[in-house]
Ligand binder design. Structure first.
Ligand code: COA
Length: 499
C-alpha cells in the first residue's frame, strides 16, 4: 500500500532499516509531536535481539525530552547507548546516572546547528511524526516543531509517522525556516512574538523517505499538579516584583514578553500572573506552550505566544484543532533554533522565569545535577533565556525533601547558569533582586531573603569564617552541606528532624 506515493511499511521493514549502533533522530520536543509507533517497534526488536544474544543499542537524538516510548520503553529495553540533548524519564535518568548510557546535556538552541554541522556524526535515520506529507516532500508536522526540519534535511533515510489523531490544521500554527550554516546567515526577521518568517511545512527530499508508519495515538502529555502553597507564594513574590518594576517605569505599560520554564512552580507563576488584575495582557516568547498558557489565552490575558511545542493535554490540543480560526492568530510554533534564539530573546526584551534545584549565596544556579553528580533532567533552554533576557529570574522552594536539603548553599556543586546571567532569585521566603550588587551584598540579600530560616545561621557563619577576596569562600567547607547530606541524609543533620 502507498500513501501519496510513499510505501506504508511494516514493523519488520522498520526494524530492518535500523541497525545496532545507528544514530536515530526522533521528532518531538517534550512528549508533544514525539515519534510513538517506531520507538515501540524498536523496543520490542531490541528485546528480541538481546534474547538471542545480539547487541541492539542506538544513539538517540530528539528536540528535548520525549514521550515515554523513548525515554522509558526504549530505555527499559536497554536499546539506548547515547542520548542528547535533554531527557526527563526516570528509567533513562537512572541508566545515565549508572553510567550505562552516555548523555550529552546541552543548550537546546544549539541542537540543530550542532547536528547540521556534523558534530555528532551522521544521522542514519530520522523518524518524524507528521499529519501529512506531499509527493514533493512537504512535511506538515504535528504538535511540535523542535529540530524536526533539521532531521529531515540531514538524515540519510526518513520514516514518517503519519498520526491521524492530530488535526491537520495544526500546521496553521507552524512557521518553519532552516537557517543556512554560518557564516552565511542573515538577520532573522522576528520583530514581535507572533512575527512569521517561514512556511507552514518542513521539507524533505522524497527520495530519502523509505516509508510511512501509520498511527492514531495522542501525545502522552500529563496534566501538571495543582498549585501548592509554596509555588503560590513564589508566584506572589514574582508578581509583586513585576508590578513594582512596572510602577518604576522599568517595564513598559504594554509589558515585556514572558518566558516560563518547565515544572510546577513555573506553571503556578503563569497562573498567578493571569489572575492578577494589575498585570496587563501580555505576550510570551517561550519554549514550551503549557496548559496554563491555553487558559490565559482563553481568558484574554495572554495576547499571543511563540513556542516550539504544544505540551498540553490531548483535550486542549483537540480544542485548538477545532477552533483554529481563533488560535492560529494567537500561537506560532517555530523550530527550537528560533524559539530559543539568543538574538531574538535579547531583541524582544524577554522576561525569563526558570526553575532551579539550588542556588548559591552569590547567585550561581544548579538546575540539573543533584549533589553535583546525579542528573535530574538537563539544562534545557534555561541557558539561552537566562543569559539573553531583559530580566532573568530563577525560582525554587527554599528547602527540599522535607527540609533535609537547603536550596540555598555556599557553593553549587554544578553550575548551569552563573551569577553573571542571574539577576533575581526567588523562594517562597522572598525575592532577592541582585542587580547592581557586589558579591557580599548579594550573599547577604540571598541569605536574609531567600534561604529557609533554619539554614540562615549556617550560611552567615560560612561567610563570617570564609577567606575573603572579592568573594568570600572557605574551600574546606564550601560543599559541607552536600557532604553532610550524602553522609547523614540531611544537610544539617542535627536540625533535619526539627523542620
Ligand atoms: N537537591 C536535591 N533534590 C532536589 C533539590 C535539591 N536542591 N531541589 C529539588 N529536589 C528534588 C525534589 O525533591 C523533587 O524530587 P522528587 O521527584 O523525588 O519528588 C525533584 O527534585 C523535582 O523537584 P520539584 O520541586 O518538583 O521540581 P520542578 O517540577 O519545579 O522542576 C527542575 C525543577 C529544576 C528539575 C526543572 O525545572 C528542570 O529540569 N529545569 C531545567 C531545565 C529548564 O529550566 N528548562 C526550561 C527552560 S525553557
Amino acid at each position: 500500500m502507498k500513501i501519496d506515493g510513499y510505501p506504508v511499511i511494516s514493523k519488520q521493514e522498520v526494524v530492518s532499516l535500523i541497525k545496532d549502533g545507528d544514530t536515530i533522530a526522533f521528532s518531538g520536543f517534550t512528549a508533544a509531536g514525539a515519534a510513538k509507533a517506531v520507538p515501540v517497534m524498536l523496543a520490542e526488536h531490541a528485546k528480541q535481539e538481546h534474547a538471542h544474544g545480539r547487541s541492539f543499542r542506538i544513539r538517540v537524538i530528539t528536540g528535548a525530552s520525549s514521550g515515554d516510548y523513548i525515554d522509558n520503553d526504549l530505555a527499559e529495553a536497554n536499546a539506548i547507548s547515547w542520548r542528547a540533548p535533554y531527557q526527563g524519564g526516570k528509567t533513562l535518568r537512572d541508566q545515565i546516572n549508572r553510567q550505562e548510557v552516555e548523555y550529552v546535556d546541552m543548550h537546546l538552541s544549539h541542537v540543530a546547528q550542532t547536528v547540521g554541522a556534523g558534530f555528532f556524526g551522521r544521522v542514519d535515520v530520522a523518524v518524524v511524526e507528521a499529519t501529512h506529507i506531499t509527493p514533493d516532500g512537504r512535511v506538515y508536522l504535528s504538535a511540535s516543531i523542535g529540530a524536526s526540519p533539521t532531521w529531515l534535511a540531514c538524515a540519510d533515510k526518513v520514516i514518517i509517522e503519519l498520526n491521524h489523531c492530530h488535526s491537520p490544521r495544526l500546521s496553521e500554527l507552524a512557521d518553519i525556516v532552516i537557517m543556512p550554516p554560518p557564516p552565511r546567515r542573515n538577520n532573522i526577521n522576528v520583530q514581535t512574538p507572533l512575527s512569521k518568517i517561514g512556511w507552514p511545512y518542513a521539507q524533505v527530499d522524497p527520495k530519502k523517505v523509505v516509508g510511512i508508519v501509520e498511527n492514531n495515538e495522542p501525545d502522552q502529555v500529563a496534566a501538571f499538579n495543582l498549585e501548592d502553597d509554596t509555588s503560590k507564594r513564589i508566584a506572589d513574590h514574582v508578581i509583586e516584583f513585576l508590578l513594582k518594576e512596572k510602577l518604576a517605569g522599568r517595564i513598559p505599560p504594554e509589558f515585556f514578553p514572558l518566558q516560563a520554564g518547565v515544572g510546577n512552580t513555573a506553571n503556578a507563576v503563569l497562573a498567578g500572573l493571569g489572575r492578577h488584575p494589575d498585570i496587563p495582557p501580555f505576550y510570551m516568547y517561550s519554549e514550551v506552550f503549557q496548559d496554563s498558557m491555553m487558559d490565559l489565552i482563553d481568558a484574554g490575558k495572554l495576547l499571543g505566544a511563540s513556542a516550539t511545542a504544544l505540551t498540553i493535554v490531548p483535550e486542549k490540543l483537540r480544542q485548538i484543532g477545532d477552533n483554529m480560526d481563533f488560535y492560529s492568530r494567537k500561537i506560532v510554533l517555530r523550530p527550537q533554533e528560533i524559539s530559543n534564539h539568543p538574538g531574538i530573546i535579547r531583541r524582544l526584551g524577554v522576561v525569563a522565569m526558570n526553575t532551579a534545584l539550588e542556588m548559591d549565596i552569590y547567585g550561581n544556579v544548579n538546575s540539573s545535577h543533584v549533589m553535583g553528580t546525579h542528573v535530574m533532567n538537563g539544562v534545557g533552554g534555561s541557558g539561552e533565556f537566562a543569559r539573553n533576557s531583559h530580566l532573568s529570574i530563577f525560582m525554587t522552594p527554599s528547602i527540599a525533601k522535607g527540609g533535609k536539603i537547603s536550596a540555598v548553599v555556599p557553593m553549587v556543586p554544578h553550575v548551569d547558569n552563573n551569577e553573571h546571567s542571574v539577576q533575581i532569585v526567588v523562594t517562597e521566603q522572598g525575592l532577592a533582586d541582585l542587580r547592581g550588587l557586589g558579591p557580599l551584598e548579594r550573599a547577604e540579600k540571598i541569605i536574609n531573603t531567600c534561604a529557609h530560616p533554619s539554614y540562615r545561621p549556617y550560611l552567615r557563619d560560612y561567610i563570617a569564617k570564609g577567606t575573603c577576596g572579592h568573594i568570600c569562600h572557605d574551600l574546606t567547607r564550601c560543599f559541607e552541606l552536600h557532604r553532610n547530606f550524602t553522609e547523614y541524609g540531611a544537610m544539617l543533620p542535627e536540625m533535619a528532624s526539627d523542620l
